[in-house]
Design a binder for this molecule. Structure first.
Ligand SMILES: [Zn+2]
Length: 260
């Protein structure tokens, strides 16, 4: 084994720990607070936290914490051997950003403004290196325009649904499928991917989301947990868009096989 592999191994571990830490504290305290148990909120000493020890009340660390570490180390080793166009180092910053947005959106249905602002700067840097300034700016504008169109379609749809429910004398909820955070996220991905690739990124994200939802629905049907409300489960779109952008940036050869 190449001794230099110790570098991506350690970098992957560090980025994975950072994603776990920020994913644990940012949605709760909105600051770089001390790590705390995700179950009971008790503070955990830094050393115990880093060693993946359970909290004082015996609550074990989440499955996500383990999966994040395994995934980030794996992708770090891969990117070290087959660096993306933006290079290994910037690639790992992108992985950290993607991982954090993915985890927080999945667990809290939330895309935080500080991560969005960080994403804007990261997106511009990544985009310029990958595609140049013009494609980057048009990619960002394209992502914004596509998502605003979806956003207002969604608002229209939920108003129609609410009116229908009210007409039938039922309670209407005001849950929106797409949030402002999703719109900003796809703008960031548009900067990274550039125009016109952001089109492909959004379409692939929607397809991945559709496939996962279908599998989830089948699973609910098979296990007998399906109910009328199942179709109204809120789907966070962020993780799907991130998955598609991740594939385009880190596995361009694989993705180009899918394109005509
Ligand atoms: Zn606990």
């Amino acid at each position: 084994m190449d001794i230099l592999l110790i570098i991506p191994l350690l970098v992957g571990l560090g980025v994975g720990l950072l994603v776990n830490y920020l994913g644990d504290v940012l949605p709760i305290t909105r600051s770089f607070s001390r790590p705390a148990c995700q179950t009971c909120g008790a503070e955990i000493a830094l050393k115990d936290y880093l060693l993946f020890r359970a909290c004082a009340h015996g609550h074990k660390r989440s499955l996500r914490a383990w999966l994040t570490i395994i995934f980030v180390i794996t992708i770090s080793l891969y990117a070290w051997q087959a660096p993306p166009k933006i290079g290994y180092a910037l690639g790992m910053v992108v992985i950290g950003y993607f991982g954090l947005v993915f985890v927080i959106d999945l667990e809290h249905r939330l895309i935080l403004h500080p991560t969005s602002i960080f994403g804007m700067f990261l997106g511009i840097s990544v985009g310029i290196i990958r595609r140049g300034l013009t494609a980057t700016l048009f990619g960002g504008l394209g992502g914004l325009a596509i998502m605003l169109a979806f956003y207002y379609l969604g608002v229209l749809f939920s108003r129609m649904r609410a009116n229908k429910l009210r007409a039938a004398g039922e309670e209407a909820d005001d849950e929106e499928a797409l949030g402002a955070g999703d719109v900003i996220l796809v703008t960031v991905l548009g900067l990274m991917l550039g125009w016109p690739v952001i089109w492909f990124g959004v379409l692939a994200g929607i397809l991945i989301g559709g496939a996962v939802s279908l599998l989830l629905l089948l699973w609910l049907l098979v296990t007998g947990r399906y109910s009328k409300n199942s179709l109204m489960i809120f789907i966070p779109y962020g993780p799907y868009f991130i998955t598609s952008a991740f594939m385009i940036i880190f596995f361009p050869d694989l993705v180009s096989l899918l394109l005509p």
